[in-house]
Design a binder for this molecule. Structure first.
Ligand code: NAD
Length: 298
């Protein structure tokens, strides 16, 4: 049976480290500041934003939330971001996605100052990651968190290991592949046009699934002993819990995979909690850099 990678516990350890380091900075008169901006009433986004703001407060940060109506104009949103760029009490800016259809999300994201881009979506940070300058890049929080879970199993150097990432999104799949490459893994990116996905997955010592299709990856696809990182979050019917009830499922058929894998993340309780922890870690790093100091490892 596989080792179950406890993302909740590891995320708590990271948040505890961030809180301690934020306290040290505060003693020198610097309080890390995170501004979270949300436009519209999307219920899932409201939940995410509330938990990010709450966690920032728990870490001892200056935490600011801007909730704008769904009919906010793009120029108004960009003006708010530019104001936050100039505000010295704010070190990290996060604009919650998705944005309403009338707003060009990319223009808004690119208007965030790269040194405050704690989501890691600004082209400068993307470029740093792709060129292997991972020390100075803000790395998107979900793949950064997934990478820490992989390090817990394999260490920092993945030389000689074969990694397969399923999914090529800019938010998860591509930055994940670049992180694995920077750690010396031999990386394959699979996606919706990949032929014989099962055969590709079978090569993987490390598999990262970031697709958004419940239980798509079967246990029989896995190389025995593989490390399986399941990024997918899918809500599926759960009639066993009662009529109309649902539950969360990952992209990997967990029960089957657990019997074959060497280590595996559960859903929920795997990658999910790591995402917010890495946002806190990125914001702390932004505050250190703004003060001209090298951010310590969390
Ligand atoms: P996305 O829709 O942007 O990308 C999905 C990717 O999967 C695409 O690149 C596509 O090519 C690939 N794909 C689709 N169908 C496929 C198939 N049949 N075979 C192989 N590849 C296929 O999604 P995303 O934003 O990258 O998110 C992926 C999943 O991760 C979602 O379930 C999302 O909810 C979850 N997610 C979780 C967190 C977290 O905090 N844990 C954060 C972000 C995303």
């Amino acid at each position: 049976m596989a080792e179950i990678i406890d993302g909740r516990k590891i995320a708590e350890q990271i948040v505890a480290g961030v809180t301690r380091l934020a306290g040290e900075l505060a003693a020198d008169g610097i309080v890390p500041g995170l501004a979270v901006v949300i436009v519209g009433e999307d219920p899932a986004s409201q939940v995410y934003v509330a938990s990010k703001s709450r966690k920032a407060k728990e870490c001892g940060f200056h935490s600011v939330q801007h909730s704008l109506p769904a009919n906010t104009k793009q120029e108004e949103l960009v003006a708010l971001v530019e104001g936050l760029n100039r505000d010295p009490s704010i070190h990290g800016i996060l604009v919650q996605l998705p944005l309403p259809d009338h707003i060009d999300a990319d223009s808004v994201v690119q208007s965030i100052a790269p040194e405050k881009d704690v989501d890691g979506f600004h082209y400068l940070n993307v470029g740093r990651l792709v060129t292997g300058a991972t020390g100075s890049a803000f790395v998107p929080c979900t793949p950064a968190g997934a990478m820490l879970l992989i390090e817990r199993i394999h260490g920092k150097d993945l030389s000689g290991l074969s990694a397969v990432v399923i999914g090529r999104s800019n938010i998860v799949g591509k930055p994940m592949a670049n992180l694995l490459l920077a750690a010396n893994a031999t990386v394959t990116i699979a996606h919706s046009r990949t032929a014989d996905l099962a055969a590709v997955v079978r090569q993987a010592d490390i598999l990262v699934a970031a697709v958004g299709r419940a239980e798509m990856v079967k246990g029989s696809w896995l190389k025995p002993g593989a490390t399986v990182i399941d990024v997918g979050i899918n809500r599926i019917p759960a009639p066993e819990k009662g009529e109309g009830k649902t539950r969360l499922a990952g992209d990997v058929a967990f029960a089957e995979a657990e019997a074959v894998a060497g280590a595996i993340t559960p859903v929920p309780g795997g990658v999910g909690p790591m995402t917010i922890a890495m946002l806190m870690s990125n914001t702390l790093a932004a505050a250190y850099r703004a003060a001209g100091r090298e951010p310590p490892a969390v």
